[in-house]
Design a protein around this ligand. Structure first.
Ligand SMILES: *Cc1c(COP(=O)(O)O)cnc(C)c1O
Length: 385
């Protein structure tokens, strides 16, 4: 089976984990601190602005808590978003307000975000589809002008930049995912960023029970009763640990080579499929933008898309679609919306395998099989069951 996403882990990650075992300290500790600093340097932030947590989803919930969202508040987000973003908003009693996306990039334009703003809008929550930064600089500008907070779900965008600025550092708060299907993996994990160091400090506290000071014997210097505690905000327990942080440090070191290979794969698809009938390629990255090559997607005639996916699966090639539009999910209360860009994307888009473990033969196989499947199904959309 040629997987659509796949991590690459090797001897170096194993050696880093072995070192953690030898230290006999698996919890939050020196490797967590080191990974936070390395990741902060990678995105051009200060280490105190970054918290290593146990998932991006946990970070999205933390973000909505720091924004003090509640009933009566609106949060604008593209309908083509990951389910966790809408859940984190809706769980506070606030309303996710879905805007449309450009069906070619599957990102919202600044104008699409703007058209969904209301007097009740407290925040905008956007992602960078497949690692494409999108209109993020203009969206950040819009949010500043309107006095609305900007949260970036940078789960797809670990290496993405628009100009010199890393995705995730355009807005007020951001989260990255290091889950096992992402570009940089730690098993489970995520990074949380706050522009305001005071908010970052609160995030750090809330990520560990809301404890105001660290307990344990390291606190013995300041208190003879080092087991006592104080809490002002009721926190969660969503911190990362030294095992996953150690993997993260190695993966961060590998990131440039992994991104380079992913880019090669994407460019090979571009070349091999440039003249394939019935296959529309993803748009080129705009000048000055850097991608993470998380998704490679094609757009097909909606009459054949699902069957092409099924045919490829029969041939051992796993494809998928991300992210099914959330305005169609009844629980979010927005099924009355018509968002033609998101709806078109949902009917036409198919993600092809893209990861650094693909060799040139795999890439050629995917391109050839896609071509064949589209040709067969276009000739006879109903046949060949
Ligand atoms: C994967 C993903 C998430 C969730 O990440 P976890 O670390 O698994 O919680 C959130 N947003 C987007 C856009 C994602 O792709």
């Amino acid at each position: 089976m040629i997987n659509v996403f796949q991590p690459s882990l090797g001897e170096k990650e194993l050696a880093a984990v072995a070192e953690v075992f030898e230290s006999n300290w698996l919890g939050h500790g020196p490797r967590t601190k080191a990974f936070e600093s390395e990741f902060a340097a990678h995105i051009g932030a200060d280490p105190e602005q970054v918290v290593f947590i146990n998932s991006c989803t946990a970070g999205l919930f933390l973000a909505t808590e720091l924004l003090e969202l509640g009933p009566g508040d609106d949060v604008v987000m593209p309908s083509v978003s990951f389910v966790a973003a809408a859940n984190a908003v809706a769980a506070t009693g606030a309303r996710p307000v879905f805007c449309d996306v450009d069906p070619r990039t599957l990102n919202p334009t600044a104008a699409q975000v703007e058209s969904a703003l209301t007097a009740r809008t407290k925040a905008v929550l956007v992602l960078h589809y497949g690692g494409y930064p999108g209109d993020i600089a203009a969206i950040a500008e819009l949010c500043r002008a309107r006095g609305v907070k900007l949260v970036e779900d940078a789960a797809c965008a670990v290496a993405s930049r628009a100009g010199e600025t890393a995705c995730g550092t355009f807005g007020d708060l951001a989260v990255w995912s290091f889950d096992s299907m992402k570009v940089l993996v730690t098993g489970d994990g995520g990074a949380f960023y706050a522009r305001d160091p005071e908010l970052a400090r609160r995030a750090r506290t809330l990520a560990y029970h809301g404890l105001e000071q660290s307990s344990g014997f390291s606190a013995a210097k300041v208190s003879h009763r080092w087991w006592e505690l104080n809490v002002r905000n009721f926190g969660r327990r969503i911190i990362g640990n030294d095992v996953t942080a150690a993997i993260g440090s190695v993966q961060l070191g590998r990131l440039p080579e992994n991104i380079a290979r992913r880019r090669e794969v994407a460019e090979t698809y571009d070349r091999l499929l440039s003249d394939a009938a019935g296959v529309r390629l993803p748009p080129p990255l705009p000048e000055g933008h850097t991608g993470s090559y998380y998704f490679y997607w094609v757009r097909l005639d909606p009459a054949v898309r699902d069957q092409v996916a099924a045919d490829l699966l029969d041939r051992g090639i796993y494809t998928t679609f991300r992210y099914p539009p959330l305005h169609r999910v009844p629980a979010y209360g927005a099924t009355h919306l018509r968002l033609p860009g998101a709806e078109e994307a949902a009917e036409t888009t198919l993600l092809l395998p893209l990861h650094q473990g693909l060799d040139d033969t795999d890439v050629r196989t995917v391109a050839d099989e896609l071509r064949k499947a589209v040709e067969n199904r276009s000739a006879d959309p109903a046949g060949g069951e």
